[in-house]
Design a protein. Structure first.
Lengths: 336, 328, 508
């Protein structure tokens, strides 16, 4: 019973090259290149090899960034990830010191992250009245509190035998091992988000979770998966953190939540949910990593990077709003 | 049926009353455990002095939470303003206590206003905006300090105001609480804050300038954070860029325990005070029950989460009771 | 008398992106009259009210208050000019007290401080005037909808409003509560307040109004004296044609039972509800707002959890715990609110349509999206329901209400294992043209042997389309009528509280 009017609806997708270049991701690539040039200008030692050599220190956050992208896309937030990194790194370190082999340390770090994510997820799916901001604010104090209690009055622990964790810090040619893990994670996360039905479910939940529920999407299950995922990724982050610092203390992971949220937002993911993709976030993440390396090589006050990331975060969330206001003004001018 | 309703009403309607009861019970337990040595004048004044910053900032946080917002940049604003006046003294530019307080308050107000404008005019989520602010102000505190800190000798005159035995901090606290109590209960501005948090759309329709109220609320929060910066330098006789790191959670926790809803519209000055007091007493009492200070954060976190979950469960029980009353 | 106009609007036109919500409408309100404003959903009544109260600004037209032209920049201007509106769902501050809700924005002050005692006393006076049964110090959120409306009326009185607009005030009220509202309206009129009463219940209009103005499809149709116009004429004015032309109800052989549920109970919402649908049958479910119709059927579809109940499809029991279970069993729900429940407005039409079946189309163990198949299917079904759209990538938000509803219908049809379609207010806020198309789709589906269950508050639609009609009241089924036996009066009577209600009236 084709439509009475016989009206035809076009179903051919249209992708123009121009659109791609003008998109947010296009802009990010330009900024990324600019950062690399800046690095080369301000630091004589800034080159292909040194960047990759120094990368592991900063790269571990990227794991969490992918999962944070999912969390933001479903219109949630998780500010407990920094504390999870602290807890996982602390317990992982203890495990190593207690004689566990590498596999044991890996299991402890990832297991702790997984369990912490489960706790967040269980609370949020059983107390759906509570916003994730409040719950993760609370669990954050608890996770770090547990780490503080296990660290004792000294407040820090270091690996008595750093050889255990060294395999994770090896270089493969000019590339650090962790870079390959990040690359694998990037492929999996980006593919799942953009090519699978699971990815579309995330966007559906974030755009309108009521409509998603009515369309038969298991909204709570998806929230649970995302929070477990980000907890697990925080565990992975803790593991690679250990492989570069060989220890943990009460301030480990402080501010990581803000770093990864900033990367996502800078990468074009809206904190209101349903918008953005991980390609942008990945470029943004590497931009920040490369910027840090450049500033680090020049011994520029490490705290300055905090100001820069903070500004980046606020400006990137303001840009859509500003363009909206300007757009309205223009429209009004045309009408007037 | 009527009775049931009034029972629930009494239980939930007066959060303050139940908090007072819990506080009294807590005090009795602690007093017994400490063998009667807990409620000494010096202990009591210490409780207030050690928690003056939390108690002061809790008032601003009350306003912010009432509008269904949140501000996690407060301790960074505190550090930035505190560091600024610390350096002013370190380099012998200014030593007038009143002017230093004024400068700290102005810096805080400016930072807060910026937060408020970004949130109200820029429509940025409060958590995101203040998360950015948290880094910017803390980072600036480091940058201006150039990794130095102002020592006790640098701020010696200024620290007289807040040193042990001085009434300065208590007077500031007392004035702040009285002023807020009056403003929140008896002025239209105070009630506008409640209105915006309870139903922003309705507030807009009744002609309330919602953006203005939100900007002002964050500005007040900033003002109190700036004041706390000066107070912190004065009480602890030093200024470091990392001061009070992470303590914004204490402030939020004090409010939440005091019955301030994080969804906006519900909360009172009295409740905030009791919540902050409860928090302070727990912290002071932990060593008495044999728990080292490293346990503090864990216990605090559990209390906060428990209170939040308990609120949900009470609300559910109330809704359930309401539904069961409905005849079909 | 006709010269004594307190409010007059002329040539008002209001345009929203893509839609003309009001097209050259006019309206005249006499001093001290109760004037009903009627029209179907989507006729433009609500927009018109928002123009009067300054929430929206009209693109064209003039508004005169007491003969003087006025331009309201915002709601505050209207309030100051003495115009107050009371909405169906009161916009209140649930955490604050009744007194505060009444006086928000115009508190009593002395030396800059709020005079709580004086305000409480004044609030008590206002509430007494309205014969209210609650205290001014009670928390607003604890009151019933009817009580909250009363607070809103008290609020209007507290601003000394000369014109009060009541927007569908009885829609959420029980019969005895409506009676009380009528008395309040009478009383206000006697005190010299002019009232605009919006409703689509005939009953309301006959009881309180002296004149009635009808809007249809954003146009002004006419103004009539209530005692001079007949119900059929009024309906014709509202709907634009005779009812019988509107509903292409096909004669379909009713088959065997496809869908049945029984014992559906959820504390506080509905109790022991049972319904049956046969193949090719269109079953109507009617009742007043708050009768538990939507709640029941949403529980049947797994949207919410029922405390108990059994659901059968083709005679076999199915266990439904979540929406996906219902969909798997062939029960498809067309939700009441297409904008929040039916569609993801930001998304393209195609993505919206295939959302429920994307997993079935997906390829491989990783469930890779089958975009080619998705595009084909969504194009096919969007064309089948005759959506007015250019491409399947148009965002759903760019369509008009009627076309959005067609997209939701396409989203239901795409589920090819569908056996029964539950439609909740399928034509709410839909223009007349799209309405007819939705009815014709319903007819086609019935012919194909699907069972259809339609919740509707619009009597003509219920009477015009259903083979059988259930009525619900206060969470229970109060009756089931065959098409031949059903009349508007009978259905309304069955939808009202009986016995129970009379008792209460007597007690008062």
């Amino acid at each position: 019973m084709a439509g009475k009017s016989g009206r035809e609806i076009n179903a051919v997708p249209q992708n123009s090259v121009k659109q791609k270049i003008l998109s947010w991701e296009g802009g990010l690539v330009i900024i990324f290149v600019a950062v690399l040039i800046l690095g080369a200008v301000i630091s004589p030692t800034y080159n292909f090899f040194s960047v990759f050599r120094e990368m592991p220190k900063y790269l571990c956050e990227i794991f969490m960034m992918f999962a944070m992208g999912y969390i933001l896309i479903i219109a949630e937030i998780d500010i407990s990830v920094g504390a999870i990194v602290c807890l996982a790194a602390t317990l992982g370190c203890f495990a190593g010191n207690a004689g566990a082999p590498l596999a044991g340390v890996i299991a402890v770090c990832i297991g702790v992250g997984f369990l912490a994510g489960c706790l967040n997820g269980v609370i949020l799916t059983h107390f759906t009245e509570l916003p994730s901001m409040i719950v993760t604010l609370g669990t954050q104090i608890i996770f770090r509190g547990i780490a503080e209690v296990s660290l004792g009055s000294g407040g820090s622990v270091s690996m008595s035998n750093s050889k255990i964790i060294m395999p994770l810090a090896t270089m493969v040619g000019p590339f650090p091992l962790v870079f390959f893990f990040v690359a694998i994670a990037a492929v999996i996360f980006i593919f799942s988000l953009s090519r699978t039905t699971f990815g579309r479910k995330l966007y559906a939940v974030g755009s309108n979770h009521t409509a998603a529920h009515y369309a038969g999407i298991p909204v709570q299950k998806i929230r649970m998966i995302c929070f477990v995922l980000i907890g697990t990724m925080a565990g992975v982050c803790a593991l690679f953190y250990l492989s570069t610092t060989f220890g943990a203390n009460t301030t480990t992971g402080q501010g990581y939540e803000m770093d990864v949220i900033a990367m996502c937002v800078f990468g074009g993911i809206a904190t209101t949910g349903g918008k953005g993709n991980l390609i942008g976030a990945t470029i943004a993440g590497f931009t920040i990593v490369c910027l840090r390396i450049a500033l680090g090589q020049r011994n520029i006050n490490t705290q300055l990077i905090l100001v820069i990331i903070g500004l980046l975060l606020i400006i990137s969330v303001l840009i859509p709003r500003i363009s909206e206001v300007l757009g309205n003004r223009k429209r009004r001018a045309v009408q007037g | 049926m009527q009775q049931k309703k009034s029972f629930w009403k009494r239980l939930t309607g007066s959060r303050e009353a139940s908090l007072v009861l819990i506080l009294v019970a807590l005090l009795i337990v602690v007093t017994i455990l400490s063998g009667g040595t807990f409620l000494t004048p010096s202990n009591i004044s210490q409780i207030f002095r050690n928690n003056a910053l939390t108690m002061l900032m809790a008032l601003g946080m009350l306003c912010v939470l009432l509008t269904a917002g949140i501000d996690i940049s407060i301790t960074s604003i505190l550090a930035f303003s505190g560091m600024t006046i610390g350096l002013l003294q370190k380099y012998d530019i200014l030593h007038n206590t009143f002017l230093l307080f004024l400068i700290a308050a102005l810096i805080g107000t400016g930072c807060g206003l910026l937060n408020g404008l970004i949130i109200s005019k820029g429509k940025v989520a409060p958590i995101i905006c203040t998360m950015g602010g948290m880094y910017i102000w803390r980072g600036l505190a480091y940058v201006i300090s150039n990794n130095n800190w102002a020592s006790g000798a640098d701020v010696s005159g200024f620290s007289d105001f807040g040193k042990d035995g001085s009434v300065g901090p208590y007077i500031i606290l007392a004035i702040a609480y009285v002023v807020f109590f009056i403003v929140m209960k008896w002025t239209t501005f105070g009630r506008r804050i409640y209105a915006v948090g309870s139903n922003a759309e309705a507030a807009e329709v009744s002609g309330i300038n919602v953006d203005k109220v939100i900007s002002l609320v964050y500005m007040i929060m900033g003002l109190l954070a700036g004041l706390s910066g000066a107070l912190s330098v004065s009480i602890y006789a030093s200024a470091q860029p990392n001061m009070q790191y992470g303590k914004e959670m204490d402030v939020i926790a004090a409010c939440v325990i005091g019955g301030v809803s994080m969804n906006g519209g519900r909360g009172s000055v009295v409740g905030t005070f009791l919540g902050a007091l409860f928090y302070a007493i727990v912290a002071k009492a932990l060593p008495l029950v044999g728990l080292e200070s490293i346990w503090q954060n864990l216990i605090k976190g559990i209390i906060v989460l428990a209170v939040v979950l308990l609120n949900v469960l009470t609300q559910r029980a109330m809704d359930r009771a309401n539904l069961e009353r409905r005849e079909l | 008398m006709s010269d004594d106009l307190i409010l007059e609007l002329k040539g008002i036109t209001k345009i929203f992106p893509g839609v003309k919500a009001l097209d050259q409408v006019q309206f005249q309100l006499r001093r001290g009259e109760v004037h009903a404003l009627m029209g179907e959903n989507g006729a433009g009544k609500s927009t018109f009210i928002k123009v009067i109260t300054g929430v929206h600004r009209a693109e064209e037209g003039h508004m005169y208050l007491n003969g003087q032209e006025v331009h309201f920049k915002g709601p505050k201007d209207a309030l100051e000019a003495g115009i107050a509106a009371v909405y169906q769902h009161p916009t209140t501050y649930p955490e604050l007290t009744v007194t505060e809700n009444i006086f928000m924005g115009h508190e009593f002050k002395k030396n800059g401080l709020i005079q709580w005692r004086a305000m409480n006393q004044e609030a008590k006076k206002l509430l007494d005037r309205l014969d209210a049964d609650f205290k001014p110090t009670e928390e607003m959120g604890a009151l019933s909808v009817a009580q909250q409306q009363m607070v809103e009326i008290a609020k209007a009185l507290s601003t000394n409003a000369k014109i009060i607009i009541l927007d569908e005030p009885t829609a959420a009220l029980a019969a005895n509560e409506s009676q009380r509202l009528y008395r309040i309206v009478d009383q206000l009129r006697d005190e010299g307040v002019s009232i605009i009463f919006i409703s689509h219940r005939m009953e309301d209009m006959y009881r309180v109004a002296s004149r009635v103005t009808v809007f249809r499809d954003a146009h002004y149709i006419g103004t009539y004296d209530v005692d001079k116009i007949t119900t059929p004429d009024l309906i014709k004015a509202m709907v634009g044609r005779e009812i019988s032309d509107m509903y292409p109800k096909p004669d379909v052989e009713i088959g065997k039972e496809v869908f049945r549920f029984e014992g559906m109970t959820r504390t506080g919402y509905f109790k022991d509800v049972a319904m049956t649908v046969h193949a090719g049958e269109i079953v109507g479910v009617t009742g007043l707002v708050g009768a538990g119709r939507t709640e029941t059927l949403e529980a049947v579809c797994g949207i919410t959890k029922a405390d108990s109940g059994h659901v059968f499809v083709d005679g076999k029991e199915v266990h439904i715990k979540k929406p996906a279970d219902a969909m798997k069993a062939g029960i498809v729900l067309l939700p009441e609110n297409r904008q929040t429940q039916g569609l993801i407005l930001r998304w393209g039409l195609g993505d919206n349509v295939i959302l429920p079946i994307q997993d079935e189309l997906a390829k491989g163990p990783f469930k890779v999206k089958n975009e080619k198949k998705e595009r084909e299917l969504s194009k096919k079904y969007l064309e089948e329901v005759d959506t007015k759209a250019v491409t399947i990538f148009d965002p759903a938000s760019s369509l008009s209400g009627g076309n959005q509803q067609k997209v939701v219908v396409a989203k239901a049809l795409v589920q090819d294992n569908m056996k029964v379609l539950i439609m909740d207010e399928p034509t709410k806020g839909v223009d007349v043209g799209a309405k007819a198309e939705i009815y014709s789709i319903m007819g086609d589906l019935a012919k194909k042997g699907y069972g259809i269950l339609m919740i509707s508050s619009e009597m003509p639609e219920i009477l015009g389309m259903s083979d059988r009609i259930y009525t619900m009241c206060k969470g229970r089924v109060t009756g089931c009528l065959d098409r031949r036996d059903a009349t508007q009066e009978l259905l309304l009577e069955m939808s009202m509280e009986k016995g129970n209600n009379e008792k209460k009236e007597a007690a008062e």
